[in-house]
Write a protein that binds this ligand. Sequence first.
Ligand code: SF4
Ligand code: SF4
Length: 277
Amino acid sequence: QIECLQRNQTASHLNLGHPCFATHGHGKTGRIHLAVAPGCNISCNYCVRKFDCANESRPGVTSKVQTPEEALETVRKVKGSEMGLKYRVVGIAGPGEPLANSATFATFRGVKREFPDMILCLSSNGLLLPEKIEELTEIGVSHITITINTLDEDVGAKIYSYVRWKGKTLIGPKGARVLLENQLSGLQMAAQAGMTVKINTVIIPGINDKLLYSLAQEIKKRGAHIHNIVPLIPQAKLSHIKAPSKEMIAGCRSSMSGILPQMQHCQQCRADAIGIL
Ligand code: SF4
Ligand code: SF4
């Protein structure tokens, strides 16, 4: 009965008109990404900083980082266009870490004031989530994506070069531990606050592809609603690793599908993407 209740709760979270929080796209709803967040507080070894944040996006330079006022103007233009009514989601996904940039909060507040019906969505590495969850809830952010690549601090040390935490730069397993502890408690707090939570996991062959089952079980236990397994785009310090094949990603999704619903249509969009999904 509890299983059944959990499934119903998950299903209701995945049916709120947000194109990225369903297992398949439906081509009916649009999302506006506002690229207002250039700074980041960690260093992922697959990140090239002049590109968009790999939390949500594929390489492709963001045309321009916008100020909160410029971003609001973008929303006004899109909403005033012929297709305006279809655009129901405003997301902030980079090009860096949204929670490490005050412009993220100013932008969300501006959008909420002028367009109270828009769904507010955020993509984060999770480091600052526990301390920002109250503010996000108060603003009305309802959908969040957290990129969690591993629960093992030694594996994390191979994925993250450093983590900036409380004025210090932490490297190796120590940095990874702080990051993954905050990711998990942030996930739990977001779910308890009633947000719909998606977890992205970047598959890095030979580094984090062995412990996926326990990761999926843990994120489910903490309240995640959907899992989005995405392939590594080999670049930066991980440019020597071969990208996982389509078959490998399909196999991972299929074996994890018994734990959480799997997103199948992620397009790894740019931080300034605007369009219907
Ligand atoms: Fe939200 Fe990510 Fe979808 Fe953008 S791509 S609308 S940030 S879930
Ligand atoms: Fe790059 Fe995003 Fe990782 Fe920051 S969190 S280092 S912007 S991929």
